[in-house]
Design a protein around this ligand. Structure first.
Ligand code: ADP
Ligand code: MG
Length: 698
């Protein structure tokens, strides 16, 4: 049972003032909790930086790129533009200087009312200088001089979404902070003292109410403390589930080769050496009586799926069932399709179990699993969280794992003998991070691509050349090629000067004469499938997508990928995206569109992408070069995300947490001491409490 102390934190988000039923789903999307966002989700919505505003006496002190707070007089309004694509301008100024306020797509009547000529207003926002003229596009706030709520000089900048403005989100978070209270301390007191860390409560408050811009640095004590909490909880949960796996009886599964030989014989190609080596390691592991826990790290396009299928054969030959879990419905269906083609002709019964199936179909499939009718079931993680029973599960394969926590669930999954577990990652993970994410795990690597693959030519170019890129795209599509165009955001956001997938779709739609389609994570599942299917069928020539296509999507005919605002992605993510092309025998290319003024770090990262296709090299460089300005990749290393901890900066905390956990489990294996109890609270806080049921009662 979750400690009563945490109840207010896990209350529904609708408990917060101002959050009504209309806003709830929007916030749910933003917080990654589609179904039921809770107060804790908002509290753990981490800012990606801190905005600093400078209160200036006169506009003449404003510099380009500066965020200012200034008193200005409203001097004049432009006449409203006839074309809605053109901006509406308002001239403001003080005794010494004038400035244009620029509004795109706003209602001029509303803006005029907010900024009446002849009056004074306090405005804040980011200033640009063009030909010595000051400009401010979309002021962040406009206030009357007598307003009693001053504009904040420092403000955390949060990821936003359409429908939730910056100001409203801040208000909600500030309301949510009312729900936090002191929690029993789970960190060792001496260590706390040594690191000069604040309590959990203080640390959370500081995240959302920073006192200086330095408070955004990952090395500040409150961020390190919260990172440690997150890392400690995951290491503890991993250690508990690992202990459980080791103690439980595993099964010795001996390959006969009956099934795998038939599959290999039906392939038009032979296995790569890397595939053969990995399979040999897996086969040896599975033959042992202890449960296997192995990581299969495949570089993009190295043929992981086939290794998965042939591993499944080992277990099926030994008479057991196999489950393969994919991270999304799309990928599960894709695996189902390609695996069925190989497996069904030789008598393997393959089943599919995904969220978008009808309830009756799901029930039927669950029946077939219990009765042992299905040999190999393919589905999403979500479905295996519910009580799915097997007749005799021998092997679980987890494809492209995105989050912590799957391993714990696996440890719980089976009441009988422990099935073997094979975890596959979509891109290599630096050696140093494997332990952080998986605890004790052995790993096999697929570092070789099948023969006959053409290299992917990668180039980078500034965003301002996008017209030329579109023109080239038109001629490539004319030649019958298929392409992806990836954008980092779904919808336009207030804070970021980044192309959204919706905007880009509109632009390309008006400029290209070929059928194109849109695909992003916020679309309904059925529409996503439709978009994907028409691309697979070649009806759609260009797919404009967010990173939903990042993992696993396999359309061999697609040979061009354009990645927009490429500087905003982690290298491993770029590598993974790039891996969507070069999957057939057609020569492929990848174009990285980056911001017009790229930082040194950004240049270095583009450079690596253009230079190498080796995912193992890229993974190491990714860790080394992670830029502070990088927004989207901040909490992602490879494909695994954390809420708070940034593993590239806080890796040392993983080592400390591992030692810490080892000691805890030696001295207090059932978490009964005061600290042990506090650690249980920590597991509940990060929702890794499933691991607690692995502690034997008594
Ligand atoms: P990834 O490792 O990116 O998941 P996939 O498993 O999707 O790669 O494989 C990519 C493509 O390569 C598939 O179309 C698959 O059929 C093909 N493939 C796999 N192994 C080989 C091989 N040894 N030789 C040639 N093609 C292969
Ligand atoms: Mg794959």
């Amino acid at each position: 049972m979750r400690p009563a102390l945490l109840t207010p934190l896990f209350a529904d988000l609708s408990k917060i003032k101002g959050v009504g039923p209309k806003l709830l789903p929007t916030l749910g999307k933003l917080l990654g909790k589609q179904d039921h966002p809770r107060i804790i989700d908002l509290i753990l919505h981490m800012p990606f930086g801190i905005l600093e505003r400078h209160e200036i006496e006169s506009l003449k002190d404003a510099e380009s790129d500066m965020r200012i707070i200034a008193h200005v007089n409203i001097l004049s309004h432009d006449s409203p533009p006839r074309n809605s694509r053109r901006p509406f301008k308002v001239l403001v100024g003080d005794e010494e200087e004038t400035m244009d306020l620029i509004f795109f797509g706003g209602d001029p009547r509303y803006i005029t009312r907010m900024l009446p000529v002849g009056q004074t207003r306090i405005i804040s926002g980011k200033v640009q200088k063009f030909n010595d003229r000051l400009q401010m596009a979309h002021p962040e706030s406009i206030q009357r001089p007598d307003d009693d709520k001053p504009i904040a000089r420092l403000e955390p900048a949060y990821p936003l979404t359409k429908g939730v403005s910056r100001l409203r989100l801040r208000q909600f978070i500030s309301n949510a902070l009312g729900a936090i209270m002191p929690l029993p301390e789970w960190i060792e007191p001496k260590f706390m003292e040594q690191e000069k860390w604040p309590s959990w409560q203080e640390a959370i408050l500081k995240i959302h109410t920073p006192k200086s811009v330095q408070d955004a640095l990952p090395e500040s004590s409150h961020i390190r403390r919260l990172s440690y909490d997150e890392i400690l909880s995951s290491q503890l949960a991993l250690a508990l589930s690992r202990r459980n796996m080791v103690e439980k009886q595993g099964q010795s599964q001996i390959a006969t080769g009956d099934l795998s030989t038939q599959i290999k014989n039906s392939l038009p190609f032979s296995l790569t050496n890397a595939q053969q080596d990995a399979l040999k390691e897996i086969e040896e592991d599975m033959a042992k009586p202890a449960a296997m826990l192995r990581l299969l790290q495949g570089d993009v396009g190295s043929g992981k799926t086939l290794v998965a299928l042939l591993s499944a054969c080992i277990s099926m030959e030994a008479g057991h069932q196999v489950a393969l879990m994919a991270p999304t419905d799309i990928l599960a269906r894709q695996h189902y399709k390609s695996i069925r083609q190989l497996a069904e002709p030789i008598g393997i019964k393959v089943g599919l179990l995904v969220g978008s199936m009808k309830a009756a179909e799901k029930r039927e499939m669950q029946q077939a699993l219990v009765s042992g009718e299905i040999d190999l079931i393919i589905g999403t993680h979500a479905l295996f969280q519910d009580a799915v029973s097997f007749q005799d599960l021998g092997l679980i394969i987890v494809d492209e794992q995105h989050r912590f926590g799957v391993l714990q669930r696996l440890a719980l999954a089976n009441k009988g003998a422990m099935p073997d577990v094979l975890v596959m990652t979509a891109t290599p993970i630096p050696r140093t991070l494997v332990m952080a994410y998986f605890g004790d795990i052995t790993s096999s690597q697929l570092n070789e691509k099948p023969a006959g693959r053409q290299p992917i030519i990668t180039k980078s170019t500034p965003q301002e050349n996008d017209e030329a890129v579109i023109a080239r795209m038109q001629s490539a599509l004319d030649e019958g090629k298929q392409a992806y165009w990836v954008c980092p955001l779904v919808a336009q956001s207030e804070e970021l000067d980044v192309m959204s997938v919706e905007e880009r779709f509109d632009i390309l739609k008006s400029k290209l004469s070929h059928p194109i389609a849109l695909l992003h994570g916020q679309m309904p599942e059925a529409e996503k499938q439709k978009a994907m299917q028409s691309f697979i069928d070649g009806k759609t020539r260009l797919l404009i997508a967010t990173t939903v296509i990042e993992v696993g999507v396999d359309v061999p005919n697609a040979s061009i990928i354009v990645i927009e605002n490429a500087e905003r992605f982690g290298l491993s993510q770029l590598h993974q995206l790039r891996g969507r092309v070069g999957r057939g025998s057609i020569a492929s290319s990848c174009l990285l569109l980056h911001s017009n003024n790229l930082s040194e770090n950004g240049k270095a990262r583009m450079d690596i992408m253009c230079r190498t296709e080796n995912g193992f090299v890229i993974a190491e460089e990714d860790l080394r070069l992670r830029g502070e300005g990088e927004v989207l990749g901040r909490h992602q290393s490879g494909q695994i995300s954390t809420k708070i901890a940034d593993m590239s900066v806080q890796y040392d905390l993983v080592q400390i947490a591992r030692q810490d956990v080892k000691l805890i489990l030696e001295t207090d294996p059932e978490l009964k001491s005061e600290r042990g109890k506090a650690l249980k609270t920590l597991l509940y806080l990060f929702e890794r409490d499933e691991a607690l049921s692995l502690i034997r009662a008594g």
